[in-house]
Ligand binder design. Sequence first.
Ligand code: SAM
Length: 337
Amino acid sequence: MSFPDTKYMGSKQAILPFIISHIRPLSFSSAMDAFSGSGCVAYAMKRLGKRVTANDFHRFAYHIAKTTVENNSITLSANILAMLLRRNPKSKTFVKDTFTGLYFKEEDCDFIDNTYANIRDLTNETHQSLALAALCRACMKKRPRGIFTFVGNKGRDGRRDLKISLKQQFLEAIPLFNQAVFSNHQRNKATCSDVFDLSPKGVDLVYIDPPYMSPHSDCDYTRRYHFIEGLCSYWKGLILQAHTVTKKIHSYPTAFKNTRTACDAFSRLFDHFKNCILVVSYGSNGIPGREEMVRLLRQFKKQVRVYETTHKYCFGNHHHKVGQNNNDVSEYLFIAV
Ligand SMILES: C[S@@+](CC[C@H](N)C(=O)[O-])C[C@H]1O[C@@H](n2cnc3c(N)ncnc32)[C@H](O)[C@@H]1O
């Protein structure tokens, strides 16, 4: 089994061996990935045999985590896949009407509308999550850089991923999620909450990988991934900003978005999880910096260790100054016990 990784902004996939090598020796049996994103770190901790909770306040991240972390056994059979591909007379046309020509062609938008209607007809929640995770993955793979911050032909460089249909992407995504399903014989869980609403009870170790706050990037995940976030609920209860070129939704409020409030947000978070082992990923050009982060952790913990590795991010406008060619930054891992 292997994790269906993506180019998700800030994904730790490329430095997982570094992170896991420092987590593995620690003494813990339950772990929470409080900002799970792509889900790769929670999945790696599941592979260590731990009882894992994966949380993110975005629904698309929740469905990936429910499929790959919470789910120990359920896959999507060929029969269910055939049902997902059927024409559904109840299908609505919101995606076709709102987004045709922005991110995808009409036939791809129609495929998304119809597949969503079929997903709604599934009776098993895990089947629904697996199919939604695959549909979101298909949408991301068919976008230059996997994001929804621009429209038109920017970044369309003839790659296969951008050329093949949404349906083909979906057909390729389903087996990737199916083969990722395994049991570690633990009751794992996926949740979809603001981090401050999570209960720290029964959590031995919490892995904290929030958006990296920097004056050079807005680190707004909703702005980048609004299309797949909207799709997971078919925009129900979300406010679509119809006047915007990208037809994005309102970004979710988060304490981890603003460099002015950054230190206070970390301080409150460390206080919230003070009885857990705290493991924090952060970039060398983020705010707070290394010394300040150590100081904040020391408010609640006796011992703080800092490990460092270099990592090249694939995002040109993230974790470094816009316009700079050198996107080599250090990644810190703070472990406070
Ligand atoms: C750096 S990414 C995590 C990347 C992840 N570790 C991975 O390897 O893919 C930060 C995540 O925090 C989530 N997030 C931001 N603010 C949050 C909040 N207040 N509560 C819960 N999740 C939040 C974002 O949706 C985003 O997925």
